[in-house]
Design a protein around this ligand. Structure first.
Ligand code: DC
Length: 219
């Protein structure tokens, strides 16, 4: 049986780290769905458009090519803000839905060529909208200040210039937009395990997720 893991939560809550560990542990194919929105936002910016223009945003989402997801520029905060803007456009979400569902239902083979045991998708609306039938749903969160501190540290480690107050403001702005939009806002599915990682390290978050998953007897 092919299983689907859905991991949702706000920015810098630790869902990417957790998704990577679960991917390796359970031999899953992983899709970071934020990259789809980042690539869409980036494409609009690169063509001189406005990410808040619904038509430009939807056209960019429809023209997206999976090869564009590898662009390192997608990791910048500029791309993140553009992503948050295009992701509020219902036409963008609709355009990206089939790709995400197809990945979840037909996960690609692993890097070593062996078949994946399932798919793991991380994002904002995977457990609620993209894969409401996922067998494993996790909602990973942490306080805004802790998430801003983590993002600030990450930017510094990557050698990028950053000001903490600015990172915190950007985080609040993005949280507000992602949670208040009418098209699939950021929300925990009712059957998700909510993991608040404010006082947890990556090992503790992984152990808590593992307890929840193992109890389901999926494998
Ligand atoms: O996870 P991330 O920081 O790469 O996501 C960038 C933006 O994309 C985020 O602010 C909201 C949007 N997004 C979304 O609306 N739905 C998803 N499933 C994933 C990301």
């Amino acid at each position: 049986m092919s299983v689907i893991f859905a991991i949702d939560g706000p920015a810098a809550a630790g869902k990417g780290t957790l998704a990577k560990r679960l991917e390796a542990h359970f031999q899953l194919a992983k899709l970071d769905t934020g990259l789809l929105y980042r690539a869409t936002g980036y494409k609009v910016l690169a063509s001189g458009g406005d990410p808040e223009d619904p038509q430009a945003a939807e056209d960019a989402a429809r023209a997206l090519n999976p090869a564009e997801l590898d662009n390192p520029e997608l990791r910048t905060d500029e791309a993140a803000q553009a992503a948050s803007k295009v992701s509020a456009v219902p036409g963008v979400r609709a355009a990206l839905l089939d790709f995400q569902r197809d990945f979840a239902e037909n996960p690609p083979a692993l890097a070593d060529g062996s078949p994946a045991k399932g798919a793991i998708l991380d994002g904002r609306d995977i457990g609620t909208t993209v894969c409401p039938n996922a067998q494993v749903k996790l909602f990973v969160t942490a306080s805004t200040e802790i998430r801003a501190k983590r993002r600030f540290k990450e930017l510094q480690e990557r050698g990028l210039e950053a000001i903490y107050a600015r990172v915190l403001d950007d985080m609040k702005e993005r949280d507000a937009r992602d949670s208040s939009r009418s098209a699939s806002p950021l929300a925990a599915a009712t059957d998700a395990l909510v993991l608040d990682t404010s006082d947890m390290d990556a090992d503790q978050a992984f152990a808590a997720a593992l307890d929840f998953i193992v109890a389901k007897n999926l494998f």
